[in-house]
Structure formats: structure tokens, C-alpha cells
Unconditional design. Structure first.
Lengths: 158, 89
């Protein structure tokens, strides 16, 4: 699954308003609600709690200012994602002790483990590319971020 | 000093976010340079992001390789972690 399919324009939040973990997670879940595949019945509070519950087991702050919060929800028909960027990095108990400013939220239906792992892998492949984090951090807004993600997944034309 | 060992992913969910974090965490305790190699592709064991790109599912064979004075301990610690299924079934 392509990251550009996982995270449509509506689900890119280039300037998160929240200043703490719970706030950021809720803001991202709100961005996902209303996307194709996400039921209108989706409870932002319930999904936020599920994500924070997962964080309690072990932070998804995987280093270099990146976090990959995730949870399952019955109110989803497919795997959906959101990307949030914070101008001021937020404490997230990350593995390297650094605050996080880039959040890749991945929400999946129950029993969709494979799809979730594929989505996560796609995100990781993009993040592995040199300088991509700098580009994302310096992007002006949603359209630039979209383009960066799309370009990162383009096969190199010789 | 160089050290290496072949291991196999045993747990059902493979090396997802939590195990990858555990491996990176363990690797960072050592001064050695440490790589995890899958199908000839090495990644930095101290980088969670790189570890997650391996998509190491159950049954995957990995090579744990390290260079430096504490390379043997590093390979040992990481191999034990992977062999134990990261404490998962």
C-alpha cells in the first residue's frame, strides 16, 4: 500500500495545535474521522484511548523525532492513516529520549494485522530515504508534504 | 573484533514496533557497530526505523553482525533477544 494512498490530503495536519501526547493523538484521530473507510460513528475519544493504551505498553516514538501511534477499531473498513507535524516537538517517551514532531498515525480494522504491517512498512521505507525527515520538516504545508511523500515512492527513472 | 550469528524470527507477529524498539534499545548499549542483515541487505541495528523496513516476519532468517571491542557481547545479547521471540509467543 502506498503511503500517498494511506494518508490522503485531508489526513495531513502540517501544524498540530495540541501540545501534549493525548492532544496530538486526538487531533490526528479527528483528521482520520470522515475519511473513506472510517465510519461516521467512529468515536474520537475511544480510539484516542486505545492508542494511548498501546503507548503505555511501549512508546511508538521510534527515534529521530518520529512516532507511529496505532490502534485497531471496529469502526474502520480499511487501514487508514494520518500525518501530523508539530512546530514544537512533544515529549513522547521515545526510544532515544528525544521529543517527537512527526506523527504517523495508522488505524486498522480488527483482524487486519497483515494490512497494518504493510502500511507500517510502507511508511518506514519512505522514512528510511535520506533527508526525507528534513524535507518533511521544512515543507511549507499540506501540498508540499503530499508531494514529498509521493516523490519518495516514485521508482527512480533512469 | 568481528562477530556474527544467524538467528530466526520465532514469534507470530515478527519484528514489529515493540520488538524493533527492544532490538534498537539493546544495540545502543554497545559501542560496537551492529547490523542486522536480511537477504544480503544490512540495516543499522541501532535504528528502529531501519529495523522496521526489514519486515521480518515469523520464520525470517537474519544475520546479526557487529564490529568493535564489545562485538561478541552485542551479537550475543541481540541474538538472545530475537531467539526468545522478543518475549512474545
Amino acid at each position: 500500500m502506498k503511503v500517498s494512498d494511506l494518508i490522503p490530503k485531508k489526513a495531513i495536519v502540517p501544524d498540530l495545535k495540541a501540545k501534549d501526547k493525548r492532544g496530538v493523538v486526538a487531533e490526528l484521530v479527528k483528521a482520520v474521522k470522515g475519511l473513506q473507510g472510517a465510519s461516521a460513528k467512529l468515536s474520537v475519544a475511544d480510539v484516542t484511548n486505545a492508542i494511548l493504551e498501546r503507548e503505555r505498553l511501549g512508546s511508538t516514538g521510534i527515534g529521530r523525532g518520529v512516532a507511529v501511534p496505532h490502534a485497531k477499531s471496529r469502526q474502520l473498513g480499511k487501514v487508514v492513516g494520518a500525518l501530523g507535524r508539530s512546530k514544537s516537538p512533544i515529549p513522547f517517551d521515545a526510544i532515544d529520549g528525544e521529543p517527537v514532531d512527526l506523527f504517523f498515525l495508522i488505524l486498522s480494522p480488527e483482524n487486519a494485522s497483515d494490512e497494518y504491517h504493510q502500511a507500517l512498512q510502507s511508511v518506514m521505507q519512505v522514512l528510511k530515504k535520506g533527508s526525507i525527515l528534513s524535507f518533511l520538516r521544512n515543507a511549507k504545508g499540506t501540498r508540499d508534504i503530499e508531494e514529498i511523500l509521493r516523490d519518495a515512492e516514485e521508482p527512480i527513472k533512469v | 573484533m568481528e562477530s556474527e550469528k544467524i538467528v530466526r524470527i520465532r514469534n507470530k507477529m515478527g519484528m514489529h514496533v515493540r520488538p524493533a524498539t527492544a532490538v534498537a534499545d539493546t544495540a545502543r548499549r554497545f559501542a560496537a557497530s551492529i547490523q542486522i542483515v536480511k537477504d544480503g541487505q544490512p540495516v543499522d541495528a541501532k535504528s528502529c526505523i531501519e529495523l522496521l523496513t526489514l519486515a521480518a516476519v515469523q520464520g525470517t532468517e537474519l544475520l546479526v553482525r557487529a564490529q568493535g571491542t564489545d562485538a561478541p557481547s552485542a551479537v550475543d545479547a541481540i541474538s538472545k533477544l530475537i531467539d526468545s521471540g522478543f518475549g512474545e509467543k
